[in-house]
Structures are given as C-alpha cells and as structure tokens.
Ligand binder design. Sequence first.
Ligand code: DHB
Ligand code: MG
Length: 223
Amino acid sequence: MNEPTPDAWRRVDAYFSETLVGHDPALEAAVADQTAAGLPAIEVAPVNGKLLHLLARMSGARRVLEIGTLGAYSTIWLARGIPDTGTVVTIEAEPRNAAVAKANLDRAGVGEKVEILLGRAADVLPTLAGGEPFDLVFIDADKESNTIYLDWAARLGRPGTVVVVDNVGRGGEVANPATTASNVIGTQRGLEMLARDPRFDATALQTLDAKGWDGVAIALVTG
Ligand code: DHB
Ligand code: MG
C-alpha cells in the first residue's frame, strides 16, 4: 500500500484526469485566458468540473444556479450538462471576472445558455425569488457567506434540488474548532447548517486533486 504523499496523490489525480476527463480546447483556453487576465487559479480541478457536469446530467437539471463565476471554468462544465433549452444563472461580484467569463463561455459555445448576473450574490439572490426553481445549485464564492447562500439555495430550489458546496476541506482546517480564519469559520457554519437545517440532507467528501487538499459537500433539498 502506498502512503498518500503529495507526489502519490498528485499522480493519482493526473491519472484520473487523463483517463476519465481528458483534454478539451475550450476548457483549457478558459483557464489560460483567466490566468492571462490575472485572475487567481482557484477554478475547480478537472475531475471536480466533471463531477459537477455529471451531477447536472444525473439529476436531469434544466436550471442551474452558480454562485461565484470567476472565469467560467465550472460554468462551462455545468452548461454542457444541461439541455439546450436549459439555463445556467451564474452570479459574479467582480466585473473584470465577468468579462473574462463571458468570452470563455462564448468560445465554448454555451454563451446562449448562460446568464451572468453582476453583483454581490447576497444582493442578487433575492431578485431571483419567484422564478422557476433551480434544479442544481453550485456554491463557490466567499466562504463567509455560505449560510446565506445555502438559505437561498433552499428557497430558490425545490424538494430534489441538488446543492454542491466547494472548498469544504480547506487543507484540513475545517476540522479545527479553534480556527480564527473567517473563510474556514464560514465553511464550518455552512456544514453545520446542512446538518441541522431540516431543508437539507448532506454529506461531504475530501478531495486530493490538482487544487490540493480540500473537499466538496453534496446536499439534497428535502423540503
Ligand atoms: C479559494 C476559493 C475557492 O473557491 C477555491 O476553489 C479555492 C480557493 C480562495 O478564496 O482562496
Ligand atoms: Mg472553489
């Protein structure tokens, strides 16, 4: 049995990526242009992008809500997982990111399926109330606001809506009850809400991938 040293788990992630995800010019160009524009390299790993894509397909999602667009790497994965008649609504606070995202989505051929809403998600989310429910919600923005985003995911979803929260492992810090990092505390509050709030049933998995040691929570809206 090998020990899960960083070298070993990076090799396994590369093997999974090469074997099951492969290469895609539009996704790779999206990351390259995001980097060239000076955006941080905090998009999801390829294996995680494909997980989002498969969850959209498995759940038969037609309407997807993404909180935190960045350069639209995950948005492209999600948009490719829904029918042409479906929509991804993605919220981005930073206009420069939204411009990079728009170009990346158009080049990937999914621009027509994606609506980018500019603004702080906590301000934008209430404007979505009263619309058709979302079938899948991906939360990947400022971690301090995760409980606000989860509340809106339940309100804007329906029983059966799939909710995914990125970055719930935070290099192991999530299990540190004495942490003083606001993003980790926000992540902990979000997980506690998923456990306690009767609108959700949830689990979380650690991830060791191209983005390091982190995790992903997957929840079902139950009511
Ligand atoms: C950070 C945010 C993310 O969504 C992510 O996937 C990785 C890092 C961050 O803010 O540092
Ligand atoms: Mg993230």
